[in-house]
Design a protein around this ligand. Structure first.
Ligand code: TXA
Ligand code: MG
Length: 319
């Protein structure tokens, strides 16, 4: 099957209406979408990604009020968060309505729902008669795609179309939030910061490291990983020297130590810029033949630094 890259929302809708898969742009990363209410189409997503069936998908909607069609119970704090941050990089995990198939939720009684903030995908969702189930459009465990070309590099000939909405503005996935009563519980750090959530809800819990907990099956320790080894750095001795087969990912000020190739996520130490660059840098370094090893400094644990560090740690986990 030939994969076309096109900006036609009409064409994307045609494929989706025929139960086929389309890669869609969002503000976070590209998603691999299908009709969330069509079991067979949802199973195709798992096949194309080689994703294990225990890892549930997020359901994307085009209107805030649609959440009630797919969630049977909405805590007041969930409503406040949706009102404050949708469309945007927030996924809420809520008790599901019958209509959501078990194939989407991996048999869980809850469903992750989000309204993405990308004009093409919002238009697309608003004209379809169903929501879209969409994981990130990468083979399972690899770096998430933030451009149509990233998607094409790995899913060409497996899907009929990539809806071209340009590069993703946020660059890391949505923040996933469930609820214990009214208390928000963050299962995945992402494009919405903890400060943002605290400002709206006050007290929150953060449970992001429970890789064997079925509540968050996607939070596997090794994820977002390049094929080349990636090592995390705390500091480098002043007399240390790298050779030019080494790439080093830095943030803000950095003093060159030898012949290393330096990739600065943001020379001005801007967290948003760093998040938007992260996955592109990792992909570029993974395909650059002159580089054998990737080193990365963790960022300060503030703002989007938390989500960026989470991705870097999982990318480095295999080592
Ligand atoms: O930004 C994003 O969220 C992107 C774009 C495409 O929307 N999507 C994305 O999907 O990152 P994916 O499949 O790569 O990650 C979805 C994760 C799962 O791995 C799981 O951790 C969590 O969402 N999830 C989904 N449904 C859940 C549920 N019912 N309970 C707990 N976690 C859930
Ligand atoms: Mg993913």
């Amino acid at each position: 099957m030939e994969t076309k890259i096109s900006s036609s929302i009409e064409e994307a809708a045609e494929f989706l209406n025929r139960s086929q898969l389309v890669a869609i742009p969002t503000e976070t990363v590209y998603g691999l979408a299908a009709n969330a209410l069509d079991k067979a189409a949802v199973v195709e997503i798992f096949n194309a990604k080689q994703r294990p069936s225990f890892d549930p998908l997020i359901v994307h909607i085009g209107n805030k009020s649609d959440v009630a069609l797919y969630a049977r119970q909405i805590p007041a704090n969930a409503q406040k968060l949706m009102d404050a941050f949708w469309p945007g990089p927030l996924t809420v995990v809520l008790p599901k309505q019958e209509i959501i198939p078990d194939e989407v939720t991996s048999g869980l009684d809850t469903v992750g729902i989000r309204m993405p903030d990308h004009p093409f995908t919002l238009q697309l969702l608003q004209q379809l008669n169903f929501p879209l189930a969409a994981p990130s459009a990468n083979p399972f465990g690899y770096i998430s795609p933030t451009t149509p070309q990233h998607v094409f590099a790995q899913l060409q000939n497996k899907i009929p179309m990539i809806l071209d909405g340009g590069p993703c503005e946020v660059g890391v996935e949505s923040t996933i939030v469930g609820f214990e009563g009214e208390v928000p519980v963050v299962y995945r750090l992402g494009g919405l910061t903890l400060e943002d959530i605290r400002n709206v809800c006050g007290e929150i819990k953060v449970e992001v490291n429970s890789s064997s907990d079925p509540k968050a099956p996607g939070m596997l320790n090794s994820h977002y990983a390049p094929q080349k080894p990636l090592y995390l750095l705390k500091d480098i001795a002043s007399d240390f020297s790298f050779d030019n087969s080494v790439a080093i990912i830095v943030f803000g000020d950095y003093e060159v130590k030898g012949n290393e190739q330096v990739f600065n996520l943001s020379t001005n130490a801007d967290y948003k810029e760093a998040a938007a660059n992260l996955f592109s840098f990792l992909r570029m370094l993974d395909t650059d033949e002159s580089i054998n090893k990737i080193y990365a400094f963790l960022l300060p644990e503030f703002d989007l630094g938390l989500a960026i560090n989470d991705r870097l740690k999982r990318a480095a986990y295999k080592i």
